[in-house]
Ligand binder design. Structure first.
Ligand code: FES
Ligand SMILES: [Fe+2]
Length: 424
């Protein structure tokens, strides 16, 4: 007798243009499907090249629920391998990051090169003469590609190229790198970890939600003048929420910042005179006018589907754990050639997103409350109608609407629906 088939889930019904069924945030079966269809088949952000600058460096990460290790090998290449010993299955690298000449398994001492090749086996005579080391290396994930220093991987051998997956999202990475006079960033300040008692899609949607700030972050607005101004002018803001396609989205502050015309509003309105070396280096690299434009417009505020958040001068990775739990990793962006600004970014990251930070505590709490609310089954649907009637289809293919509209969330869900209903 064959086992009864598990009923397949109708994602086309659960995810609609202007509403999403509550179960997509709570169902363990749906979470499993996501790990397969989004986090195994698709491109997932793994790490930044600057985290493994020299041969022998490694960091451990997850792609969905699969443990991986990202390394720098002697040839200068970046590898992403499953973090499992090909002997009997031990997890090879336990540290979050490190530097070693070989990755050595703690169970029986098999040693691997940074490219995963089996370099040594203790007491090899026990394997006889026909033991083929080349068949017993750590397994590399099928596809690794990077863009602007950001390394992505896919656990599936086939599918679209990274460039196609990133689409307009690549422009967000360019914008961030373009704030460095040397054209690149480094993620070297260390990572903070926050456990969110929420499904991974809750913080994803929250990242590009321009509607919640005045409520969830109300205490910050009350405590801080600059924030109070943000709150007061929100409804008339010329900032846009933008669906970039392929599930990527942004809150685009360009119009707001350009209108003001002063540089560094995105970093609390610091006086350019306090960043003389950075300003001079930008002008030297890009010319007076272009440097000014970059320093006025600042960094992106974007979500790169499914797990990378470019949150202005902070980067976050969302690590799904279960249907109801996510780890958020956060680090400040260090600009190559931007030491003066970097010192400031580090302090601001601690203040906003550190253990006693002003922002993340608020967001983490409301994320958990959403998850609790969504566990209650009535009403069945989450409403995503805001701004649907006033969206603008832009020449570059993106869709934009007002700062407080739900265009970004609808973009995320459109991609989700496409991936979850795709035929394998
Ligand atoms: S399990 Fe790794 S060496 Fe045996
Ligand atoms: Fe927030």
């Amino acid at each position: 007798m064959s086992a009864p088939m598990q009923a397949s889930i109708d994602y086309g019904r659960l995810v609609q243009q202007d509403q999403v069924h509550g179960s997509v945030y709570t169902s363990p079966q749906i979470f499993e499907d996501e790990m397969d269809r989004i986090f195994r088949r698709g491109w997932v952000y793994v790490g930044h090249a600057s985290e493994v600058p020299t041969a022998g460096d490694f960091v451990t990460r997850m792609i969905g629920l699969q443990a991986v290790v990202m390394t720098r090998d002697k040839q200068g290449g970046v590898n992403v391998m499953y973090n499992r010993c090909p002997h009997r299955g031990n997890k090879v690298c336990q540290a979050e990051k490190g530097h070693a000449s070989t990755l050595t398994c703690s169970y029986h001492g098999w040693a691997f090169g940074m490219d995963g090749a089996l370099a040594g086996v203790p007491f090899p005579q026990g394997y006889g003469t026909d033991f083929d080391r080349s068949q017993h290396g750590m397994v590399r994930v099928p596809r690794v590609e990077s863009y602007g220093g950001f390394v992505f991987a896919s656990l599936c051998a086939h599918g679209e190229k990274l460039a196609q997956h990133l689409g307009e999202g690549a422009r967000m990475i360019d914008m961030l790198n373009g704030l460095s006079p040397e054209g690149g960033i480094e993620l070297t300040a260390g990572w903070m970890k926050h456990q969110l008692d929420a499904n991974w899609k809750v913080p994803s949607e929250n990242q590009v939600d321009g509607y919640h700030a005045m409520f969830v972050h109300g205490s910050l607005a009350r405590a801080n003048d600059a924030w109070a101004k943000v709150r007061d002018r929100r409804e008339n803001s010329t900032a846009r929420t933008r669906d970039l396609g392929a599930g990527h989205s942004e809150i685009d502050h360009a119009a707001d910042y350009a209108e003001a015309g002063t540089p560094f509003r995105w970093t609390g309105g610091v006086d350019p005179a306090r960043l003389p070396q950075y300003v001079a280096a930008m002008q030297k690299a890009y010319g007076q006018e272009e440097a000014q434009r970059r320093m006025v417009l600042g960094p992106p505020h974007a979500a790169i589907f499914p797990n990378l958040m470019l949150a202005e001068m902070n980067i976050s990775i969302l690590q799904p754990v279960s249907a109801t739990e996510t780890i958020q990793y956060t680090t400040p962006v260090m600009l190559k050639g931007g030491a003066e600004l970097n010192a400031r970014s580090l302090r601001r990251c601690e203040g906003a997103l550190g253990p006693a930070g002003f922002l993340i505590a608020d967001d983490a709490e409301v994320n958990a409350l959403l998850q609790q609310g969504l566990a209650t089954t009535q009403p069945e649907w989450v409403v995503l109608k805001r701004g649907l009637h006033s969206e603008k289809h832009e020449a570059d293919g993106s869709i934009s609407a007002g700062l407080m509209d739900e265009t970004s969330q609808r973009g995320l869900w459109r991609r989700y629906r496409q991936l979850m209903t795709a035929v394998a």
